[in-house]
Design a binder for this molecule. Structure first.
Ligand code: NAP
Length: 306
């Protein structure tokens, strides 16, 4: 069945191959379930055109039942590399023949490159993308930062890892389900500490980096009251930066509440764009940049404007 699915995808990709004279073995893409919302095809095909890379980047919707077989067989269909999104990052970690140090620490893979023998090499670029986005979007550096991270899912885990590796002074984790925050903290030294849920204005006032890594505030959610309570009476000093991993909408209730309390803000789109760069570099041998034009394209095609 997976073979049929993969062939189905491959044959439709072949049609694109023919139109664009793409070299065989140059297929890249993103695999997830669902995957139609993914912005990765837009981003990678923009860079493919910009760098004249003879390649295409396609979405693959694959279920939990079929993901292991798909990832193992993909190189046989000419796939050079893949991004992996929800819910398959752990499955990707499991099938990889080798993984980067950071992927090993977070036990998740969002980027795969297949070598000539079809062996899969995995990386986790979300945390790196987060740090790059913050550096690009604000006067901020990770060393010595005191971070408050709200949420303890996969994205929070990657961010904790990147901040800890980059020399953060303290990382406080507040999550609705305490066990998930405890599991992340257990992987690191005493700089990673647990806070209460919901976190209080006291935790907010002690941080210089505030991160919403929950899904609270996505389109159609109405969670502004949560954030108003957390920021109640807080006046943040200069140099405090807040960011939300959510990028639809771009201005989230969390960012609006943080800005009202005096924080500089960075939206979540930058992380999405920056985390894509290492994969493109691995597959095509050139490191792409996150330009204003790319950002504008993604915003325009997504239907949510700044
Ligand atoms: P995840 O593993 O499913 O974690 C979801 C998190 O949200 C958990 O901490 C969960 O708490 C919390 N949460 C969900 N509903 C909640 C509620 N009603 N009240 C309180 N907390 C709630 O997801 P993820 O992969 O970490 O992603 C988290 C967010 O980051 C998503 O919005 C995702 O789209 C975004 N993201 C953005 C980027 C980017 O490039 N900008 C990259 C990755 C992820 P519990 O543990 O208690 O369930």
């Amino acid at each position: 069945m997976i073979q049929a699915h993969a062939q189905e995808n491959t044959s439709s990709i072949s049609a694109v191959f023919d139109r664009h004279s793409v070299a065989a073995g140059a297929i890249t893409g993103v695999v997830g379930d669902p995957v139609e919302h993914s912005k990765s095809p837009l981003i990678h095909n923009y860079w493919i055109t910009a760098h004249n890379a003879r390649s295409i980047y396609a979405p693959f919707q694959i279920s939990n039942d079929n993901i292991k077989q798909f990832l193992e067989e993909a190189p046989r269909y000419g796939v050079k590399g893949l991004n992996v999104t929800t819910p398959h990052k752990q499955a990707a970690f499991d099938i990889c023949d080798t993984v980067s140090e950071r992927a090993r620490r977070v036990e998740a893979v969002n980027t795969i490159v297949y070598d000539r023998d079809g062996r899969a090499h995995g990386d986790s670029t979300d945390g790196w993308g987060f740090v790059e986005s913050m550096k690009a979007g604000a006067d901020w550096a990770p060393a010595k930062t005191r971070a408050l991270i709200i949420g303890a899912g996969g994205a929070a885990g990657a961010i904790v890892d990147a901040l800890a590796a980059a020399g953060a002074a303290r990382i406080t984790l507040c999550n609705r389900t305490a066990a998930r925050a405890e599991a992340i903290a257990a992987r690191y030294d005493a700089r990673v500490v647990l806070g209460p849920w919901p976190c209080s204005p006291a935790e907010v006032a002690e941080a210089d980096l505030l991160v919403n890594a929950t899904t609270l505030g996505m389109l159609d959610g109405d969670d502004a009251g949560v954030w108003r309570a957390i920021f109640d009476g807080v006046r943040l000093g200069p140099g405090v930066v807040a960011t939300d991993l959510i990028y639809a909408p771009l201005q989230t209730p969390f960012l609006i509440a943080a800005a009202a309390a005096g924080a500089a803000t960075v939206d979540g789109l930058g992380m999405l764009l920056h985390q894509a760069r290492p994969g493109f570099a691995l597959w095509h041998g050139v490191t792409p940049v996150v330009s204003d034009a790319l950002r504008a394209l993604v915003l325009a095609k997504s239907g949510y404007l700044p």
